[in-house]
Design a protein around this ligand. Structure first.
Ligand code: FAD
Ligand code: NAP
Ligand code: SF4
Length: 678
């Protein structure tokens, strides 16, 4: 296979990779990502469409979400399993859809071990995971043998189903990783004890899959290169394991970073881009098989840099391909500005999976809904006005224009983005900038007429067939004695830099925005998300393995720019309603900066002495220079009533429709769905 014609900026990304028995068309591996479509036979046509779109978009090699080799290995009751021949035909739909577009696909075999959320779970030793209420049964010698045979059976069935290979999940704290690490393996038989015996389970699985499936079958091993937990692997054991896995017959070694129970963020938006690549680079000289780098690689320049540095031979991306199925094609053509970038928010992908909902993507609501949310050419193109260029209006305007409508977008501010222009100023949310950039490019490409610095009035909206109101939200006003004092500030004024904030501050309201404002006020200097070394020091990550096992070291407490109190009226610890997979990161980050978070607060008044409150009924005075109000929002929707009174066809979306529980996921999805139906 010759090199794909590619933009000269990305010579490494688009170099084919010769695996000896087959050649991958480029260096992009679509990493395994559980979508929820794996769990029911009825969803396989949707799963096939999801993969087909990304194969058509040019991905070289794909890996499915994890399939358990048996019920013991389930992630949750009835989760996707491949253990019986009658399950094979449904998988053929997936493999043939992918092969039709020239990509290759491997099935991931994932045995959840003690992370299985069910009472049948097993592990090397009966040690409960801190994130699971179930205690696993320790495997006997016969049980170990049965798990190995189950892996081999699944690999054989995968081959029958037309997969080009399998990925054996050996990281993230699942069963194989539990065998390799002293943290969870306290056995003293042939499957535990020293490093060689601890890794024997993994090595045996790889060796027997290779024997069973032959030499022309891709066998990826996902190896935990940085456990990020106490009593994880030492570096020499990582190297030893990689060499043993290579000798046992692996074709490719993929990087795994961090157990699910690790108290270090590994993929959230505040993690710097490519923050863990140097651990893959460290392994590079020790093995001959291709290595894959992972985690927070989301744009072609980052991917190219990783490959050009020699750190790895492929890059793995899962969420970035959820966000944009055409990622590879756009990179190849040098149309990087058109990439809909994954902002690593986890809100519609991982958070959904943890809530037992089908995954999707905040910036691309079509993800995993490819057969249901479609944007067909408009049967009769119309003239459409969209009012408000926040993300709801932007999504609506671009999808409507893509369908062939003539769209005019009115925006009162002098730039697009709405509240995203505030969100992107938060340290750790720099990625939100990419969404605004993406929409800016799309407006131009889709020829949306953009009227900036234009506050639409009913008069301006004559002559349009349909009007979409996406006028967003306004901060909720809060009244207590002293609340009209000029030292009481609005969050939008603070984030936009329109007002100065003193060294001691109380934040009224501890929702997502209260937490973000606390981050904003607690930081000074360069955001740790843009300074990998500073970020590693703060979270105690040691990719050099100098101190302890697992790549951990003592975290360094970051300097706090201010004394901050973060307050809510609801009793209990603030932050309980933050995202499932990211809330703990926000809480830990603020705690490290000394932010005092208080629940059960009533606001009594503000004067020169400070903010007078009661906390669970006890009076306190917080000596603060300023108060920042982050007390939620109300809809801003002044145009609907006059337009409806005039008999106009009006659609109201995003915060303008409903401020409660509004987030960008709902705003973008609603904007896209309304535009799909216009
Ligand atoms: P808005 O973003 O409010 O946009 C409305 C637009 O309409 C504005 O640009 C306004 O100028 C314009 N407008 C109003 N009236 C007129 C008029 N008459 N004519 C023309 N233009 C008009 N959400 C998440 O999902 N995840 C997050 O992590 C997250 N973080 C956030 C952090 C911060 C600091 C903030 C402030 C918000 C955050 N959000 C987050 C919320 C998210 O940004 C909003 O839910 C989303 O932007 C709402 O989009 P919208 O289009 O409905 O409204
Ligand atoms: P929010 O989550 O609804 O929080 C509002 C806060 O204000 C609550 O803490 C509430 O707590 C308090 N409050 C409400 N009414 C009040 C009043 N009258 N007086 C005093 N306090 C009052 O809203 P938000 O923080 O503005 O966030 C808006 C949306 O943006 C959210 O829905 C969120 O999903 C999204 N967002 C998400 C993220 C993220 O990381 N995922 C980040 C930022 C924003 P009490 O009622 O207990 O006082
Ligand atoms: Fe990325 Fe957020 Fe979409 Fe998940 S929901 S793929 S993290 S942008």
């Amino acid at each position: 296979m010759t090199a794909e014609p590619a933009h000269p900026r990305y010579p490494h990304l688009f170099a084919p990779l010769d695996l000896g028995f087959c050649t991958l068309r480029n260096r992009v591996l679509m990493g395994s990502m559980h979508t929820g479509l794996e769990d029911h036979a009825r969803d396989f046509p949707k799963l096939a469409a999801y993969f087909a779109e990304r194969a058509e978009g040019g991905v070289g090699l794909m890996v499915t979400g994890g399939f358990a080799p048996n019920v013991r290995g389930w992630l949750k009751p009835m989760s996707g399993t491949l253990s019986m021949p009658w399950q094979v035909p449904r998988h053929r739909r997936v493999t043939s859809a992918v092969h039709a577009h020239g990509a290759r696909i491997c099935l991931q075999i994932l045995h959840a071990g003690r992370y299985g959320y069910h009472p049948l779970q097993v592990a090397p030793s009966a040690i409960k995971a801190p994130i699971n209420p179930f205690t696993p049964k320790a495997l006997g010698t016969g049980g170990v043998e049965r798990q190995i045979r189950a892996f081999v059976r699944t690999a054989r069935l995968a081959r029958d189903a037309g997969y080009d290979g399998v990925e054996v999940m050996g990281s993230e704290g699942y069963l194989l990783n539990e065998f390799t690490a002293p943290r969870t393996n306290r056995r003293d038989d042939e499957w535990g004890g020293d490093a060689t015996r601890r890794m024997r389970f993994a090595v045996e699985i790889v060796r027997r899959i290779r024997d069973a499936c032959g030499p022309d079958f891709i066998l990826i091993y996902r190896l935990s290169m940085l456990d990020l937990v106490d009593d994880g692997l030492a570096w020499d054991e990582v190297v030893q394991q990689a060499q043993a896995i290579e000798a046992a017959g692996a074709t490719i070694i993929n990087t795994g970073i961090g157990w699910h129970e690790a108290r270090v963020p590994t993929i959230a938006t505040s993690v710097p881009r490519a923050a863990f690549v140097d651990v893959t680079a460290r392994l590079r000289p020790h093995v001959r098989v291709p290595l894959v780098a992972t985690n927070r690689i989301n744009m072609p320049d980052v991917a190219e840099r990783v490959l050009a540095s020699g750190a790895a031979d492929m890059v793995s991306m899962a969420r970035p391909l959820l966000a944009d199925p055409q990622w590879v094609a756009k990179a190849r053509a040098g149309r990087v500005d058109e990439i809909n970038t994954c902002i690593a928010c986890n809100q519609a992908c991982l958070d959904h999976v943890f809530e037992n909902r089908r995954a999707s993507c905040l910036v691309n609501p079509r993800a995993c809904h490819e057969t249901e949310l479609v944007y067909p050419p408009a049967p009769s193109p119309k003239r459409i006005a969209v009012v408000g260029a926040g993300v709801a209006g932007l999504a609506c305007a671009t999808v409507a224009a893509q369908r062939g409508h003539t769209v005019t977008l009115f925006e009162a501010a002098d730039d697009i983005g709405g509240q995203f222009n505030l969100a992107r100023r938060i340290p750790g949310k720099e990625e939100f900038d990419e969404t605004v950039r993406y929409f800016r490019t799309r407006l131009e490409r889709d020829r949306v007429e953009l009227k900036l610095a234009t506050r639409a009035t009913p008069d301006m909206l004559h002559g349009f067939d349909d009007v979409v109101l996406a006028t967003g939200v306004l901060p909720r006003e809060v009244e207590f004695p002293g609340s009209s004092d000029p030292r009481v500030l609005r969050y939008d004024d603070v984030l936009a830099g329109r007002v100065a904030v003193g060294p001691r501050v109380a934040i009224v309201g501890a929702g997502g925005i209260g937490f973000d404002v606390a981050e904003f006020l607690a930081h000074e200097g360069v955001s740790p998300s843009l300074d990998t070394d500073a970020w590693r020091r703060e979270w105690g990550v040691d990719t050099q393995y100098t101190d302890t096992r697992g790549g951990l070291r003592a975290p360094e407490r970051p300097a706090a720019a201010r004394a901050i109190w973060l307050l809510q009226r609801t009793p209990g610890k603030p932050g309980a309603r933050l995202g499932k997979t990211t809330g703990w990161i926000h809480r830990a980050s603020l705690k490290a900066r000394g932010v005092q978070a208080l629940g059960g607060v009533q606001y009594v008044g503000f004067d020169d002495a400070g903010l007078h409150v009661t906390v669970d009924g006890t009076p306190r005075t917080l000596e603060v220079d300023n108060i920042v109000l982050c007390a939620g929002q109300v809809s801003n929707n002044p145009l609907e009533a006059p337009l409806r009174a005039a008999g106009r066809a009006v659609h109201v979306i995003g915060g303008a429709e409903l401020a409660a529980e509004l987030d960008a996921k709902r705003a973008i999805a609603q904007g896209s769905r309304v535009a799909a139906a216009l």
